[in-house]
Design a binder for this molecule. Structure first.
Ligand SMILES: [Zn+2]
Length: 731
């Protein structure tokens, strides 16, 4: 079988699906629809219902987190608002694509890729894509036995169906990816296919397809299969498939935690069900939440109970505080307070709705009566919510299966969406939603953990149950660890305690979403994840974190979570230590001043400070980590030469100052110049490792390790205890 193979290269890429909420979520490889779009671009034509099979593999050098500004246009104020979002960007991305189509069409594609009619870009990237090695290759199927397994040389999308005939040592991450258009006119709709993402290095065997050069090929199904099946179920529509089929689809309402927003809503529902005494494992399958129909009908009531749970105290205190008892409204105290930030002016929170205003002035004397009245109003709110529908023939954007009955707006999730009347979004078309998914979104509030006006959620894209569990860790951790970093650390610590394989898997895939309300209807949304290299560094090194530097542990976490260089951290710490005098009057107001302060308190630098260099070099994927110890010992040796001779000893301090200055300025020349003089002074030859610091990628590693060595002491046990005591007292 002939197949067209080509490679794509781009220096940067961000891949979003139409569904990826505000770009917070990205894919490790472009989804099928992106590559299909690129092919049509090069052909200079529009999609005309053609279909072909496609296989996508790729690799990238690093992920960078960067800020991207998203724009919102406020029609009322005629103002362009901007929202900064941190998104991961894939750096130096290489893709290996295979396509199978009818011969004539394949020839057209080949020609277009070799001589494109339009310069191709990949979504989000600033640079044109380079198309390389466009070539027809023969593909054939082979059976690979378990002993002869192959190792993936690229990260790969493997369509779910293939896994019936393939075995792997790894568990992939399930993605629901956009494929060909179902409808290319506005509003565009896609076919979606379930695909697993496998990281390179995974071992696989079974029935596999290979090209001439022994590259495995993981094609999507031929169009007749997949589209036939999809089309059918779509045409039958929601009602028929719910009523006529006797399968499970009948008994359950399903939700897919495809993005963090849906995942937080699913976690919220699970928390509510748990409170009802349910066994939540029964409702989760990978990343699908399935709620039995009868239970779904009782969910509004269960949610009201959940929100009203333990509300006596807050009701009584706020009643006490209210000067004008006629104005007291228990509904607002309980429900609006919980849901107001996320669902402004919704049927459940708009304080001017009659079933909410009627509770004004209710006396608190019979607390159970108050609670049942609030619950009644909440249920009325649900009834009113059900009546808010619009006419549309679209399928729901969130579940891809039920008929949409509404369009998402600010009431559904205020931090993300805006009101269609006042603000028009530049970045997405109207998002259609079914009533089930819409109600589900109201549970996101229960899914997030709220602390000091900020909301935090942990998300593992492929595993809803684990996402639920980690969020429980987040919300049950003692209140002592109030700050956000402590919270996140408690989750990472929990993960580190898990069984080995699971642990490394989760650490690589976990990420955190933080929502900070700016005012009533605006919010900043941040997301950060633990990259595979950060996961590796945490796993291997965290136990070596210097015990005497506990007071800046959360600052260390801040640096690594936000991708700041630990060399900047070290510069502060060492500057504090070396230039104690100049920081005499330092006030501790910032992270930076806290690190300097900690350095100030050290009596000497010990070898354990090298931890920060090692950690950073694991993140930098450095191959020369042996230089760290080497440079440290050379620094220590040089100090020995100086301190042996009282005449030379006094020259050590000025040398240390100059080296620190060289490091601060990143001035390699000045650094080396000073060391040449220093080694001349002690009549020694300059060590080889110092010369290696001339290489840009080694400079920080060698210079810092050397400087730490130059400031270290022969540590007696006594001195070490004293050093640690000083720090603990101040912590
Ligand atoms: Zn839906």
């Amino acid at each position: 079988m002939d197949c067209l193979r080509f490679k794509l290269y781009t220096p940067t890429g961000i891949f979003k699906n139409p569904l990826s909420i505000k770009g917070v979520e990205v894919y490790p490889l472009p989804p099928y629809s992106t590559i299909i779009g690129l092919i049509y671009k090069t052909m200079g034509k529009k999609w005309n219902k053609e279909h072909f099979q496609i296989s996508i593999q790729g690799d990238y050098e690093a992920i960078y987190r960067d800020y991207v500004w998203f724009k919102k246009y406020n029609l009322r104020d005629r103002k362009l608002g901007k929202l900064p979002l941190q998104v991961p960007i894939l750096y130096n991305l290489k893709l290996l694509i295979h396509i199978i189509a009818e011969n004539e069409f394949l020839d057209q594609i080949e020609k277009a890729l070799k001589e494109p009619k339009e310069v191709p870009f990949l979504s989000g990237g600033e640079h044109p894509v380079k198309v390389e090695e466009v070539k027809k290759v023969a593909c054939e199927k082979k059976r690979i036995s378990e002993e002869d397994y192959i190792t993936l040389g690229y990260n790969a999308y493997i369509p779910k169906k293939h896994l019936e005939n393939i075995s792997t040592t790894d568990k992939g991450i399930l993605f629901n990816l956009s494929y060909f258009y179902k409808n290319s006119n506005k509003p565009k709709t896609y076919h979606w296919i379930d695909t697993y993402y496998f990281q390179k290095g995974a071992k696989i065997y079974g029935s596999l397809m290979f090209d001439d050069d022994k590259n495995p090929v993981f094609l999507t199904d031929s169009d007749s299969d997949i589209l036939g099946e999809k089309e059918q179920s779509d045409q039958k529509g929601y009602n028929e498939s719910q009523i006529c089929h006797s399968s499970n689809a009948n008994e359950y309402i399903r939700f897919y935690s495809e993005n963090w927003l849906m995942a937080s809503a699913c976690v919220g529902v699970l928390k509510v069900l748990k409170k009802q005494g349910e066994k939540i494992e029964n409702f989760v399958e990978e990343k699908t939440l399935k709620i039995p129909k009868d239970m779904w009908e009782k969910l509004p009531e269960a949610y009201a109970d959940y929100l009203l749970n333990d509300s006596e105290h807050v009701l009584i205190t706020s009643y006490g505080k209210e000067k004008d008892k006629k104005k007291f409204n228990p509904y607002n105290v309980v429900i609006l307070k919980s849901l107001g930030d996320f669902y402004k002016n919704s049927p459940f929170t708009n304080p001017s709705l009659s079933y909410i205003t009627k509770l004004r002035g209710l006396s608190i004397s019979d607390i159970n009566n108050v609670k049942s009245k609030v619950k009644e109003s909440f249920i009325e709110g649900y009834q009113y919510f059900l009546t808010k529908v619009i006419e549309t023939s679209q399928v729901c954007f969130f579940c891809h299966e039920r008929q949409a009955k509404n369009i998402v707006d600010a009431t559904n999730f205020t931090p993300l969406f805006s009101s269609l009347n006042t603000v028009k979004n530049f970045i997405w078309d109207p998002i259609h939603i079914c009533k089930e998914c819409e109600f589900l979104l109201y549970f996101a509030s229960a899914g997030f953990y709220k602390s000091q006006g900020k909301y935090l959620f942990v998300y593992i894209p492929d595993n809803l149950l684990e996402t639920y569990r980690l969020n429980l860790v987040l919300s049950t951790e003692e209140e002592v660890e109030q700050d956000k970093l402590g919270k996140i650390w408690s989750v990472v610590k929990h993960v580190l305690g898990l069984e080995k394989q699971k642990r490394s898997w989760i650490l690589q895939n976990i990420y955190f979403v933080e929502i900070e309300m700016v005012d009533e209807s605006t919010a900043n949304i941040y997301s950060f994840n633990i990259s595979p290299t950060l996961a590796k560094a945490i796993r291997n090194l965290i136990n070596k974190y210097p015990k005497n530097l506990q007071s800046v542990f959360s600052d260390f976490l801040f640096y690594i979570y936000t991708g700041k260089s630990l060399y900047e951290f070290l510069l502060l710490l060492i500057s504090g230590f070396i230039k104690k005098e100049s920081y005499k009057n330092l006030e501790i107001r910032t992270i930076e001043s806290r690190i300097i302060q900690t350095g100030k308190k050290l009596d000497y630098l010990s070898k354990n400070v090298l931890f920060f260099i090692e950690f950073q070099e694991v993140l930098n994927m450095s191959e020369q980590k042996n230089y760290i110890d080497w440079a440290f010992w050379e620094g220590k040796k040089l100090k020995g030469f100086y301190t042996k001779d009282p005449n030379k000893e006094k020259k050590l301090e000025p040398l240390i100052y100059r080296l620190l200055e060289a490091i601060r300025r990143k001035d390699k020349g000045y650094f080396i110049h000073n060391l040449i003089r220093a080694y001349l002074e002690v009549e020694r030859e300059i060590p080889y490792v110092i010369k290696e610091s001339l290489d840009d990628k080694n400079f920080n590693m060698i210079a810092y390790a050397f400087l730490i060595g130059l400031n270290s002491e022969e540590k007696t046990e006594e001195a070490q205890v004293k050093n640690e005591e000083n720090i603990t007292e101040s912590a």
